[in-house]
Design a protein around this ligand. Structure first.
Ligand code: BES
Ligand code: ZN
Ligand code: ZN
Length: 474
């Protein structure tokens, strides 16, 4: 899909329009004229009241079809984005879809672009018929706003969604690493992929321990974006488990169903780095993604085994299903070598984060409150839902190991997301660090607004906004 701007003297012929409508059928500013041209009875007979989630498609003499999308009582970035997503899914085909944005809501043009591009997303690689595919060629927005920016944000969010939606069989660690490398090189980002030999030479014992149960070799992807004139350096680390069976501490069948998603953090940091480069933001970014299966094999790490990550405490593995923290220990260790100003890791780390915050909100932990606040501010700017959780040091002693420096589980299930974050803190160093647990929102349970059932691409836009903030401050 192309996104373009059409001027105020817009040509409506052949286009479909979305008119955001408030509860009680008040048109959003800018949409009065077009709404006035519609027979009100058509609208009321259909029962359309402008409620959140409602969409009405009606024939129109000027535009081919007029789509009315309800935004509910409050016109905001979020409600307009959701309404645009709901509306675009009602359009089967369109040469162009024109969207009216309102000047009275900040970033309303970005809201309609994000809503339509992300809400209109379809993952069809494994569908054999094209019958149900919708085809909207162009989205046109009536506004002066910077559409390039919005389309870059959506394109990289979709890149992450595609990687996450890919079945595990078709994304071996090596394949995924090369997909990331290819996308990065298209954006002018330097990349390097380490295979098993280099991983052994470097002594990434956490990653090797998790990979030991799989016939597919692990990989590490290192992306480096180094623009001229950058003063700040952001390091990103993402969990890249291509399939999490749980290992010998095997998961029950139902919990395994969605475990191809377990590389969503890695996808988010790689896609964000590509987005930052495409936008030309003036800061340095290093992204590190350790990639491996967590499988069951004759050589798999056993509960009670001890691993030596590249730096930091030795780890007694008591549950092989707490594998994300093992590969992130190495990822964080590598990130520290670059001496960045801030490290952020993103991971589908714990079921406990999903229990605490549900499927729509991600958890943020910070080495200090100010660092967490910076991430939350970026999430706010991106329109993604995150909430701060406490890095409560009192729980650290629950990770004391009998035979090694630390163990990978606490022994009970309470505060599991916090305990996992405390484990990572051991490897994040002394500088500012934030940890995003996206186990809940990595996957959308249903299609609604800008979300489509399946991978959400969560985190990508928040990281780009975080980078934008750092570049501005630096
Ligand atoms: N990948 C899972 C976490 C997860 C759960 C992601 C649900 C998405 C949805 C992770 O590797 C895991 O299995 N964590 C264990 C940790 C436990 C053994 C301490 C968990 O959360 O149960
Ligand atoms: Zn696991
Ligand atoms: Zn996992």
């Amino acid at each position: 899909m192309q996104v373009s701007a059409v001027g105020p003297d817009r040509e409506l012929k052949g286009a479909t329009l979305i008119a955001g409508v408030l509860e009680g059928l008040e048109p959003l500013p800018g949409n009065e004229e077009i709404l006035a041209s519609v027979d009100e009875r058509l609208i009321s007979t259909a029962g359309f009241e402008g409620k959140k989630g409602q969409v009405l498609s009606i024939p129109h003499q000027e535009a081919e079809t007029l789509l009315l999308a309800g935004v509910g009582e409050e016109a905001s970035f979020q409600t307009i984005r959701a309404a645009s997503g709901n509306a675009i899914r009602q359009v089967k085909t369109a040469r162009a879809l024109s969207l009216l944005a309102t000047a009275e809501v900040d970033d309303s043009a970005r809201a309609v672009v994000e809503g339509s591009l992300l809400g209109g997303y379809q993952y069809r690689s494994y569908k054999t018929d094209d019958e149900n595919a919708s085809k909207v060629e162009t989205v046109e927005v009536v506004t002066e706003a910077d559409l390039n920016e919005a389309s870059v944000l959506c394109a990289v969010t979709i890149l992450a969604r595609d990687w996450v939606n890919t079945p595990a069989a078709d994304k071996s660690p090596e394949t995924l690493a090369h997909l990331i490398e290819e996308a990065a090189s298209d954006a002018g980002v330097d990349s390097e992929v380490w295979g098993p030999d280099r991983i052994s030479e470097e002594g990434l014992g956490g990653l090797l321990g998790v990979a030991a149960g799989s016939d597919r070799a692990p990989a590490v992807v290192i992306l480096q974006y180094r623009p001229d004139g950058a003063s700040e350096h952001l390091a990103l680390v993402g969990k890249g488990i291509t399939f999490d069976s749980g290992g010998l501490s095997i998961k029950p069948a139902a919990s395994m169903e969605e475990m191809k998603d377990d590389m969503a953090g890695g996808a988010a940091v790689a896609a964000a780095t590509i987005g930052i480069a495409r936008l030309g933001l003036p800061l340095s970014v290093t992204a590190i993604v350790p990639v491996t299966d967590n499988a069951v094999g004759g050589d798999a790490t056993r509960p009670g085994d001890v691993l030596r990550p590249v730096q930091g405490p030795t780890i007694e593995v008591l549950n092989t299903d707490a594998e994300g923290r093992l590969i992130l220990a190495d990822g964080l260790g590598l990130a520290r070598r670059f001496d960045p100003d801030l490290i952020v890791d993103v991971a589908t780390l714990t079921g406990a984060a999903k229990v605490a915050l549900g499927g729509e909100i991600g958890a943020v932990f910070g080495s200090d409150r100010e660092t967490a606040a910076r991430v939350l501010e970026a999430a706010q700017a991106a329109g993604e839902s995150f909430w701060e959780m406490p890095l409560h040091r009192g729980y650290r002693k629950s990770l004391d190991s009998n035979i090694a420096d630390i163990k990978n589980i606490s022994g009970d299930r309470w505060g599991g997301a916090i305990v996992a974050a405390l484990f990572l803190a051991e490897y994040a160093g002394e500088g500012p660090w934030a940890h995003l647990d996206i186990a809940g929102p990595a996957r959308s349970g249903e299609t609604a607004g800008e979300f489509v059932k399946g991978a959400s691409g969560v985190g990508v836009r928040t990281l780009v906004e975080l980078a934008r903030g750092m570049a501005r401050a630096g």
